[in-house]
Design a protein around this ligand. Structure first.
Ligand code: SAM
Length: 326
């Protein structure tokens, strides 16, 4: 039975968080405390993830994005990628901070990974160190180099813009996309940070980014799938591309095709869901594949119409980005 919600949206994309641990502590994402992660016993095993994906593929899941936390900190992630391909996932990708990518890229490619997104929030070493609370700028750039030298395509670089922190780098990121023939995507800051510092006035909108970049280099819209999160543009006279992901100023929930599985086995139908659904309980409680599939169908049917960030009385979810899986 194909997964469709009650608004008729087909669900084809799964984001799988394989850990809530991360070797970075980005200021707009998690707190400075390094010990705030789940106990290992709470995490799904690779076999449990594989079982769920086996159930989901015949239901129409075609794309799986492996994320976290930082997916490369969980040993065995390459084998998991190979297992995802073996069970018939057409498109397997990963979102990573890039720190361990240079040394792992060949193995990820050999496992069959198709695409990669690398997070990079500043091109200025000092600022990068302040944002990530690490000294890993060179390693991340080496990770981008390794991805570009590999057969992973496309390689996307994601930057979350926060007013007063890195909004002065819009033009520098656009130049980076042109020089390196990369896709740089600008993501609006969402109210999912551990420190609850989000306010509307520190969101840098996609419209602002578009107008600032096109003042320097004319932008040409690029066609995109309806369910894609980014509005895409190429440079009229040059290489590279930019993407604008504007969940706050221009929500794209109407065409959402995504569900999310947290590292502790909870199914979420929206980043901003008020509740999540415990699949680990079913997996470990003797439920059959049929019973788990039926439960997923029922959960997906009730997927939220939209995220409600812009509605009066909006309350952020109790889980932060890192414990949901970005
Ligand atoms: N560790 C990996 C990484 O750094 O890409 C994957 C997990 S991270 C949570 C996934 C993405 O979520 C990153 O691009 C990160 O910048 C983004 N992110 C985290 N907190 C965010 C927030 N409050 N608003 C918007 N994006 C956020």
């Amino acid at each position: 039975m194909a997964l469709t919600d009650k608004f008729g949206r087909p669900i084809t994309d799964l984001r799988v968080s394989v850990t809530d641990r991360c070797n970075f502590r980005c200021v707009y994402c998690r707190s400075a405390n390094p010990e705030n992660h789940m106990p290992s016993a709470d995490l799904l095993s690779w076999d449990e993830y594989e079982r769920l994906v086996r159930i989901l593929v015949p239901m129409g899941i075609r794309k799986v994005r492996v994320t976290g936390g930082e997916p490369l900190v969980r040993p065995g992630v390459e084998d998991f990628i190979a297992r995802l391909k073996a069970v018939g996932v057409l498109d397997v990708s990963m979102t990573t901070n890039g720190y361990m990518l240079a040394e792992r890229c060949d193995r990820l490619v050999a496992a069959g990974m198709d695409r990669i997104n690398i997070s990079l929030d500043s091109l200025n070493r000092e600022k990068f160190e302040r944002i990530t609370r690490t000294k890993t700028f060179d390693e991340v750039i080496a990770g981008i180099d390794a991805a570009q030298a590999s057969r992973l395509r496309p390689v996307k670089v994601n930057a979350v813009l926060v007013r007063g922190i890195n909004d002065d780098e819009v033009e520098a990121f656009a130049a980076f996309a042109r020089e390196r023939d990369l896709i740089v995507r600008f993501i609006e800051f969402m109210p999912l940070d551990a420190d609850r510092a989000w306010t509307r006035d520190i969101v840098v909108t996609g419209a602002e980014v578009h107008s600032r970049i096109s003042a320097l280099w004319p932008l040409v819209p690029v066609a995109h799938e309806r369910s894609e999160t980014a509005r895409k543009y190429r440079f009229a006279g040059g290489r590279g591309e930019i993407g604008l992901i504007s969940p706050v100023s221009q929500p794209f929930c109407g065409a959402c095709s995504r569900i999310r599985l947290t590292a502790d086995g909870k199914l979420r139908t929206c980043l901003f869901s008020k509740e999540d659904h415990d699949l680990k309980f079913l997996l470990r409680g003797g439920a059959t594949d049929r019973e788990i599939g039926d439960e997923i169908v029922a959960i997906v049917a009730e997927k939220e119409k939209g995220h409600r960030i812009n509605e009066p009385g909006f309350v952020p979810p109790s889980r932060t980005m890192v414990s949901i899986g970005g």
